[in-house]
Design a protein around this ligand. Structure first.
Ligand code: H2U
Ligand code: ZN
Length: 347
């Protein structure tokens, strides 16, 4: 890395076509602000109070069966409904626009064992989660009014997860949300201009440079991207051009399960804690078009910065101006890459 990149500079994110301000030495500043509670690991395999444990009654009054691998249900507090009416706003002012947004929200329990996380799950069990994600993406996307399926996981109380039980969410919407829409426009424009795929090209570049690589396997490459905003943000890219989970061969599904375990294990090992994050997949919309431009990838967006208890805040300049980060992506990648591949609780 050139010396000049140790000074404040900005980097371009070609996926969102935005800039991020990088201020490498800013973590040296004194911290007298909030220190969060570190999230440890539970050794409770079944919690009678947990809404998501097998055999319990959920908050909405529905019973959860005694499931043995994954379990999927309609969110009892869904943010979207399949039958929302068209807002009737005759002669509404142009500046007060509204649109119908129909959709569905699902919850996916990854495993019956309350104490597990992706990092500590068996790869064969994560593979079952990958299969479930694929069938949800296929099934929800098949509804004619659903144009986008967002699969994600909020991990840890710091990220707003409501429950430590291993689970994720799926929101299927009538419109493509703003982030994937912005990525899609960038991917389309790149493909038009260069005749190749932005993320195929980027994955090749990162594999060659290796400075931002965290880990990889035959199917996937995980990097702290050049333009990362969150301190230990990672981007997990399919090495081959895959538009969505539906393009995955059997080996790709196993490789995705493996890379998710690798990345989350390194995260937990970084501060020897259950590392909080929001993780989600970006893939082709389900609007019936071919979407050759799409390249399947996962974003991990973790809040922690300097320890298990001190997080980065997106406030002030970040909210009003542009995103900013304190350590370079290369430093973050090096730290994650040099960690053991085995989970600290299993060593
Ligand atoms: P989060 O931990 O990411 O919030 O996901 C849990 C979801 O599970 C949340 O959206 C739903 C919440 O609405 N939920 C139910 O549908 N039923 C319950 O009994 C508890 C939680
Ligand atoms: Zn539970």
């Amino acid at each position: 890395m050139s010396e000049s990149l140790q000074f404040p500079h900005r980097r371009y994110n070609p996926l969102l076509r935005q800039w991020v301000l990088v201020s490498p030495h800013r973590t040296d500043r004194p911290w007298q602000g909030e220190v969060n509670k570190s999230s440890g690991f539970s050794d409770v395999h079944y919690d009678p109070q947990c809404y998501l444990c097998p055999g319990n009654t959920r908050a909405g009054g529905h019973g959860t069966p005694k499931y043995e691998s994954v379990y999927i249900f309609d969110n009892d507090y869904a943010a979207l409904l399949p039958d929302s009416p068209e807002p009737s706003r005759d002669s509404a002012p142009e500046l007060l626009r509204a649109e119908r947004e129909r959709g569905r929200c699902r919850v996916l329990c990854f495993h019956p064992d309350h104490s597990l996380t992706l990092a500590r799950m068996d790869p064969a069990d994560i593979r079952k989660v990958v299969d479930a994600w694929t069938e949800e993406y296929r099934g929800l996307g098949a509804a004619p009014y659903i144009r986008h399926v967002q699969i994600f996981e909020n991990r840890g109380a710091m990220m707003g997860a409501s429950n430590p039980h291993p689970h994720g969410q799926i929101w299927a919407t009538e419109h493509v949300p703003d982030e994937p829409q912005a990525e899609m426009e960038a991917l389309e424009e790149y493909r038009r201009a260069k005749g190749s795929c932005l993320l195929c090209d980027y994955a090749r570049l990162e594999a060659g440079e290796a400075a931002r690589t965290v880990c990889e396997n035959d199917g996937f490459l995980a990097v702290v991207p050049w333009w990362a905003v969150w301190p230990f943000e990672t981007l997990v890219m399919a090495k081959q051009h895959r538009r969505s989970l539906l393009d995955f061969a059997d080996a790709d599904r196993n490789a995705l399960a493996d890379i998710l375990k690798q990345v989350t294990t390194r995260y937990d090992n970084l501060f020897e804690t259950s590392f909080p994050y929001t993780m989600g997949f970006h893939q082709a919309p389900t609007d019936g078009e071919a979407h050759e431009e799409w390249h399947f990838h996962a974003h991990f967006l973790p809040p922690l910065l300097r320890s298990a208890t001190v997080r980065k805040y997106m406030v002030g300049f970040e909210l009003l101006g542009m995103p900013q980060r304190d350590i370079t992506p290369e430093t973050a990648a090096e730290r994650l890459r040099n960690l053991p591949a085995v989970h600290f609780t299993l060593r």
